[in-house]
Structures are given as C-alpha cells and as structure tokens.
Design a protein around this ligand. Structure first.
Ligand SMILES: [Zn+2]
Length: 220
C-alpha cells in the first residue's frame, strides 16, 4: 500500500527511540514506511541507522550528510522534495518543546516542508499530508493525543535500539534501553495494552490558498 508513513528525524536513533514500534507495526500491516534523517555526525552512525531500519522492516533510510540542522530555505526544500517523492499520508517528527536544540529546529523545518509539499505552485504533483504527529524521544509529552499499541513489535524495538552501539556506550547504566522500555510501559498502562508509543497530533496549518480541498459545497 502506498501513501504510508514518513518519519523525519534529526539524528540516527531518533526514529527507533521515538517511533520505532509504530513504524514496525505499520510495516507489518503492509504500509510503506520511510525514514528521512537530516544529519549524520559522526559518519559511522549511518551504518547504525541502516541496521536499525532493517530490524524494524522499514525501507532503507534516506540519510543526509549534514553535520547540523539549520532552518534555511535550502533544507526545507530538500525535505519537501522527499515528502513529495514518498507521498506519505502521515508524517512523524520531533516536538517543538523537545529539550534538544536540533530536534526543535527539525520541527520547524518539517512544519514548513509539509506546507510547501502541498503547494500546486511548487510541485506538479503535490503531496497533501493528512496527519502530522510529534513523537517523544527523551522529552515526555504531558498529555498525548494518540497512543499506538506496539506490544506485538516490542522485541523489534529492543533489537533496533541495541544496534546503536555508539549511543548506548555513552551511558553505562543502560539509559536508552531502560528509558525506551519504561516509556513504552508507561504509555501501555495509559492505553490499556502492554507497550505503546505516544504522540501529539499537530494541526496542519494549510496556510496557503493553493488547496483545492479547501473548497466545499456544504459544512454539514
Ligand atoms: Zn536526536
């Protein structure tokens, strides 16, 4: 099935820690699932994200070679080009109140890129994303709007997490492994399942006049 999910993340590991279970669930349901990672620094993290995505079953990730995230028109256009190419119905990215400076910048880039990808003035075949969901990596969401049951794929999320040896080595007490599991348990308790991932639903701004879907014959 086309028109699936595109996760747009700041660094290799964000896709696994933030929404790896949700991605794996939708792969199992037969949807197309893609990952776009905006930086790769140091370069050996590329091998880790390719490995992790293979474990999750998603397509080979698109990884930009940028060292840092900057909110500029060039990056926004590169991201909107990928959105149009992959044509997802759902885009997942970072929280605007994430503690990590680059995660916050990626949120800004993606908000603009989703808008531009829908413009008929920019693209011959624009992509109108239906839902924009924001994930929790290390910063928790106070009151999630959406919780996806990942009980059936929790082993895949654990295995994908373990592929990030350079990141796991930063914390000898197993921070990432323990945090990811406890976070999924907490969301599972709230959602009445064993393990879940939580998201905020971000309203799409659709600010431009170039949306045919704005036309309607009736409000009821
Ligand atoms: Zn990150």
């Amino acid at each position: 099935m086309s028109g699936g999910i595109l996760a747009i993340v700041s660094h290799p590991d964000d896709e696994t820690f933030g929404c790896g279970g949700t991605l794996a669930v939708h792969v199992e349901k037969g949807y197309e699932v893609n990952v776009l990672c905006l930086t790769c620094n140091p370069a050996e993290r590329r091998a880790e994200i390719i490995d992790a995505c293979m474990v999750l079953g998603v397509n080979e990730p698109i990884v930009f070679n940028d060292l840092h995230v900057t909110v500029d028109p060039g990056l926004i256009r590169r991201v909107s080009d990928i959105i149009v190419e992959k044509n997802p119905r759902v885009v997942i990215t970072h929280l605007p109140f994430d503690y990590h400076r680059e995660h916050k910048l990626v949120y800004q880039v993606v908000k603009d890129a989703v808008e531009w990808a829908a413009h008929t003035t920019t693209y011959e075949s624009p992509c109108q994303v239906e839902r924009l969901l924001l994930m929790e990596v290390n910063t928790l969401i106070p009151s999630p709007h959406v919780q996806v049951d990942i009980s059936g794929v929790i082993e895949k999320k654990k295995e994908a997490t373990d592929r990030y040896t350079t990141q796991l080595a930063k914390f000898q007490w197993g921070y990432y492994q323990r945090f990811n599991i406890k976070k999924a348990e907490l969301r599972g308790v709230q959602a009445d399942c064993l393990y879940a991932e939580a998201f905020l639903e971000e309203p799409l701004t659709s600010n431009s006049p170039f949306y045919t879907r704005k036309a309607t014959k009736s409000l009821l």
